[in-house]
Design a protein around this ligand. Sequence first.
Ligand code: ADP
Ligand code: MG
Length: 131
Amino acid sequence: MIKPEAVAAGNMGKILDMIINGGFKVIALKYTRLSRQEAGSFYEVHKERPFYGELVDYMASGPIVVAILEKDNAMEDFRKLIGATDPAQAAEGTIRKNFAESKAKNAVHGSDSDENAALEGDFFFSGRERF
Ligand code: ADP
Ligand code: MG
Protein backbone atom coordinates (compact mmCIF):
# COMPACT_ATOMS: atom_id res chain seq x y z
CA MET A 1 0.00 0.00 0.00
CA ILE A 2 1.02 3.56 -0.65
CA LYS A 3 -0.22 5.33 2.47
CA PRO A 4 -2.39 8.49 2.59
CA GLU A 5 0.32 11.10 3.22
CA ALA A 6 2.46 9.80 0.33
CA VAL A 7 -0.53 9.92 -2.02
CA ALA A 8 -1.45 13.42 -0.77
CA ALA A 9 2.13 14.61 -1.33
CA GLY A 10 1.93 13.52 -4.98
CA ASN A 11 4.42 10.67 -4.62
CA MET A 12 2.34 7.73 -5.89
CA GLY A 13 3.87 7.75 -9.36
CA LYS A 14 7.47 7.95 -8.09
CA ILE A 15 6.85 5.16 -5.59
CA LEU A 16 5.21 2.88 -8.19
CA ASP A 17 8.16 3.60 -10.48
CA MET A 18 10.64 2.48 -7.78
CA ILE A 19 8.60 -0.69 -7.22
CA ILE A 20 8.44 -1.58 -10.93
CA ASN A 21 12.11 -0.68 -11.46
CA GLY A 22 12.85 -2.89 -8.44
CA GLY A 23 11.74 -5.88 -10.47
CA PHE A 24 8.26 -6.37 -9.04
CA LYS A 25 5.45 -7.43 -11.35
CA VAL A 26 2.11 -5.73 -10.65
CA ILE A 27 -0.53 -8.46 -10.34
CA ALA A 28 -3.31 -6.16 -9.08
CA LEU A 29 -3.60 -2.38 -8.51
CA LYS A 30 -6.32 -0.12 -7.05
CA TYR A 31 -6.92 3.47 -5.84
CA THR A 32 -9.22 3.28 -2.83
CA ARG A 33 -9.90 4.53 0.69
CA LEU A 34 -10.30 2.55 3.90
CA SER A 35 -13.13 3.32 6.34
CA ARG A 36 -12.03 3.47 10.00
CA GLN A 37 -13.61 0.07 10.48
CA GLU A 38 -11.72 -1.41 7.53
CA ALA A 39 -8.43 0.15 8.67
CA GLY A 40 -9.05 -1.26 12.15
CA SER A 41 -9.57 -4.73 10.78
CA PHE A 42 -6.58 -4.52 8.39
CA TYR A 43 -4.31 -3.62 11.33
CA GLU A 44 -6.06 -5.94 13.85
CA VAL A 45 -2.67 -7.57 14.70
CA HIS A 46 -1.51 -4.23 16.19
CA LYS A 47 -4.68 -3.79 18.33
CA GLU A 48 -2.79 -3.95 21.62
CA ARG A 49 -0.04 -1.53 20.58
CA PRO A 50 -0.21 2.04 21.92
CA PHE A 51 -0.27 3.61 18.46
CA TYR A 52 -3.20 1.51 17.15
CA GLY A 53 -5.84 4.29 17.34
CA GLU A 54 -3.51 6.80 15.69
CA LEU A 55 -2.61 4.26 12.98
CA VAL A 56 -6.25 3.49 12.19
CA ASP A 57 -7.21 7.21 11.99
CA TYR A 58 -4.24 7.92 9.76
CA MET A 59 -4.80 4.98 7.39
CA ALA A 60 -8.45 6.03 6.94
CA SER A 61 -7.55 9.73 6.47
CA GLY A 62 -7.39 9.71 2.66
CA PRO A 63 -7.08 7.61 -0.47
CA ILE A 64 -4.38 4.97 -0.77
CA VAL A 65 -2.96 2.82 -3.57
CA VAL A 66 -3.05 -0.93 -2.98
CA ALA A 67 -1.25 -3.57 -5.00
CA ILE A 68 -0.38 -7.23 -5.16
CA LEU A 69 3.23 -7.64 -6.27
CA GLU A 70 5.08 -10.70 -7.54
CA LYS A 71 8.80 -11.46 -7.56
CA ASP A 72 11.15 -14.23 -6.47
CA ASN A 73 11.69 -13.65 -2.74
CA ALA A 74 9.08 -10.86 -2.96
CA MET A 75 8.31 -10.35 0.72
CA GLU A 76 11.94 -9.92 1.82
CA ASP A 77 12.97 -7.97 -1.26
CA PHE A 78 10.04 -5.58 -0.86
CA ARG A 79 10.92 -4.96 2.80
CA LYS A 80 14.46 -4.19 1.61
CA LEU A 81 13.14 -1.76 -1.02
CA ILE A 82 10.90 0.08 1.45
CA GLY A 83 13.44 0.26 4.30
CA ALA A 84 13.03 0.35 8.07
CA THR A 85 9.72 1.35 9.71
CA ASP A 86 11.31 4.53 11.07
CA PRO A 87 12.63 6.63 8.14
CA ALA A 88 15.45 7.86 10.39
CA GLN A 89 16.71 4.25 10.40
CA ALA A 90 15.92 3.52 6.72
CA ALA A 91 18.85 2.92 4.33
CA GLU A 92 19.73 5.39 1.55
CA GLY A 93 17.79 4.78 -1.64
CA THR A 94 14.82 3.10 0.06
CA ILE A 95 11.24 4.28 -0.46
CA ARG A 96 10.83 5.25 3.19
CA LYS A 97 14.16 7.14 3.23
CA ASN A 98 13.00 9.10 0.18
CA PHE A 99 9.33 9.67 1.01
CA ALA A 100 8.36 8.88 4.63
CA GLU A 101 7.46 11.81 6.91
CA SER A 102 7.80 9.96 10.23
CA LYS A 103 7.67 6.53 11.88
CA ALA A 104 3.85 6.70 11.77
CA LYS A 105 3.48 8.36 8.34
CA ASN A 106 6.01 6.16 6.63
CA ALA A 107 4.76 6.21 3.02
CA VAL A 108 4.25 2.50 2.37
CA HIS A 109 3.10 -0.79 3.84
CA GLY A 110 4.63 -4.14 3.02
CA SER A 111 3.39 -7.56 4.10
CA ASP A 112 5.52 -9.32 6.72
CA SER A 113 5.01 -12.92 5.48
CA ASP A 114 3.80 -14.76 2.40
CA GLU A 115 0.79 -15.91 4.42
CA ASN A 116 -0.17 -12.34 5.39
CA ALA A 117 0.46 -11.17 1.82
CA ALA A 118 -2.17 -13.66 0.63
CA LEU A 119 -4.65 -12.55 3.34
CA GLU A 120 -4.03 -8.85 2.62
CA GLY A 121 -4.42 -9.42 -1.14
CA ASP A 122 -7.77 -11.13 -0.49
CA PHE A 123 -8.80 -8.14 1.67
CA PHE A 124 -8.61 -5.79 -1.36
CA PHE A 125 -8.94 -7.81 -4.58
CA SER A 126 -11.28 -10.28 -6.24
CA GLY A 127 -9.99 -12.96 -8.61
CA ARG A 128 -10.95 -11.01 -11.75
CA GLU A 129 -8.87 -8.00 -10.61
CA ARG A 130 -5.63 -10.05 -10.74
CA PHE A 131 -3.45 -10.38 -13.84
P1 ADP B 1 6.12 -2.07 9.28
O1 ADP B 1 5.10 -1.21 8.53
O2 ADP B 1 7.53 -1.67 8.96
O3 ADP B 1 5.87 -3.55 9.09
P2 ADP B 1 4.95 -2.37 11.94
O4 ADP B 1 4.23 -3.56 11.38
O5 ADP B 1 5.74 -2.56 13.19
O6 ADP B 1 5.95 -1.75 10.84
O7 ADP B 1 3.91 -1.21 12.22
C1 ADP B 1 2.83 -0.98 11.35
C2 ADP B 1 2.68 0.50 11.11
O8 ADP B 1 2.32 1.14 12.32
C3 ADP B 1 3.96 1.22 10.67
O9 ADP B 1 4.22 1.10 9.29
C4 ADP B 1 3.67 2.65 11.09
O10 ADP B 1 2.79 3.30 10.16
C5 ADP B 1 2.91 2.43 12.39
N1 ADP B 1 3.81 2.49 13.55
C6 ADP B 1 4.72 1.54 13.91
N2 ADP B 1 5.39 1.90 15.04
C7 ADP B 1 4.85 3.11 15.41
C8 ADP B 1 5.08 4.00 16.50
N3 ADP B 1 5.99 3.73 17.45
N4 ADP B 1 4.35 5.14 16.54
C9 ADP B 1 3.41 5.42 15.60
N5 ADP B 1 3.13 4.62 14.55
C10 ADP B 1 3.84 3.47 14.45
MG1 MG C 1 4.23 -4.73 9.65
